[in-house]
Design a protein around this ligand. Sequence first.
Ligand SMILES: C[S@@+](CC[C@H](N)C(=O)[O-])C[C@H]1O[C@@H](n2cnc3c(N)ncnc32)[C@H](O)[C@@H]1O
Length: 207
Amino acid sequence: MAHYEKLDHWSLKAQKEGYPARSVYKLKEMDEKFGLLPAGRAGGNPFRVLDLGAAPGSWSLYALRKLGSGLFLSAADLSPLSRQYDKGLFGGDKVFFIQGDITAAETREALLARGPYRLLMSDAAPATTGNRSVDTLRSLELAEVALDYAEAALEKGGNLVVKVFQGGDTAEILKRIRELFKTGKSFKPAACRSESFETYYLGLDRR
Ligand SMILES: C[S@@+](CC[C@H](N)C(=O)[O-])C[C@H]1O[C@@H](n2cnc3c(N)ncnc32)[C@H](O)[C@@H]1O
C-alpha cells in the first residue's frame, strides 16, 4: 500500500541520515520554504529556539546540526530525548532539556527563564486514542498552550510552527496566530502520512 511505502521511505531516510524520527523531514521542508532557521550562524548572540514536544529529538537535532554553536536550544517533552544519533550534541552547554509536561507551571517557568526565543516549534501531539474528536480536542489544547508560550516568550519578529490535528475549532487557533503575527498560514509537509489528519500552522514575524 502506498502509505506503507511512504513510511518506509521517510523512516529509512531518517535512519540513514542519523535522525531518530521521520518527522525531521516535515521541519526541513518548512525550514526550506519559510526560512525558519538561519544557516551558518556563528558568534554574536545565539539564535534561541524553543522546541515543545521535542522527543525523540529529530527537530532539535536538525536545529543543532544546522546552526552549530550559533544556537541556544530549550526543549521539553514528557519523554527523554533519544541519545542514539546525537553524538553528544544534546549534552552540550547550548542545550537545556526538561523532561516534563509543557502545561505544568514548573516546566513553563524553566523554559521562560531561558528565553526570549526567536523560533518556537511545537510538534507536541497527544497519545492518540483512535477517537478522532477526543484526539483533535487534545491536540488543539496543546496548540493553545504553544500559543501561550509564543505570547510570553517569543521576541518581536520571531516565528512559530505548531502542529494541529484538523477537524476541531482550528479556525480559532489561526485567528489567534494572525493577531499575534503579521502572517499566519497552514502548511502540510509532504512527509506527513497521506492518511494523517495532522497539519502545521505557522506564525511569521511576531508583532
Ligand atoms: C510527534 S512527537 C514529536 C517528535 C519530535 N518533533 C521529533 O522530531 O523527534 C510528539 C511529542 O509530544 C510529546 N507531548 C505530548 N503532550 C505533551 C505534554 N503535555 N508535555 C510535553 N510533551 C508532550 C510526546 O511525548 C511526544 O514525544
